[in-house]
Design a protein around this ligand. Sequence first.
Ligand code: SF4
Length: 216
Amino acid sequence: MQDKFSINCSKCLRLAKFLNEVKINYPSYHAKPVPGFGDTSSKLLIIGLAPGMHGANQTGRPFTGDFAGILLYKTLYKYGFSNHEGSVSLNDGLQLIGCSITNAVKCLPPLNRPEPNEIRNCNGYLSTEIKNFKAGGGLILLALGAVAHRSVLMALGLRPKDYPFGHGLIHKLPSKLTLYDSYHCSRYNTQTKRLTIDMFEQVFKQINIDLSLTKK
Ligand code: SF4
């Protein structure tokens, strides 16, 4: 049986309690589980870690409204995966093209750190999302960070030791799925130069090459 995502999910008591507190402090914020963005006909599914406090947690759309989204959406636009590069709110007219975005954990965690049981609780939703993609075996998964990488493997019933995380690595998975790894495009990673614009763009360049080859 597949786990069907609900915006009212409260399986993780710690996160549900935290979101209630956030809603009191920021009444206009979404402050609920954040659904994926995009449609299931996409050939590329990007998986982040979890909503950011003033980004997806505020707006209700992954990577929308905070620093991490600026680089991601600029890059998506540059490589033809969206109709413009700005992502500030649900009403900004942004449309993804052949690409979808979700998070491994759908609720904002305190200090951006979900606990292992929360990652497991939410993994059924990610597993259902991946299975629902019409691209099936041709689907490319892009994990932003090690937690997203391990969550994808968990969702597919695969062992992390068989597919270690590393920026720029490309893993050929069973069922003709492909998993790309990138460092997360967080403010911390970009400001410390752990992830540069060029490093991030190289990942999308390679994905575009792979997608063009599968069209032939
Ligand atoms: S993190 Fe996922 S499983 Fe946990 S409460 Fe939020 S939506 Fe539900």
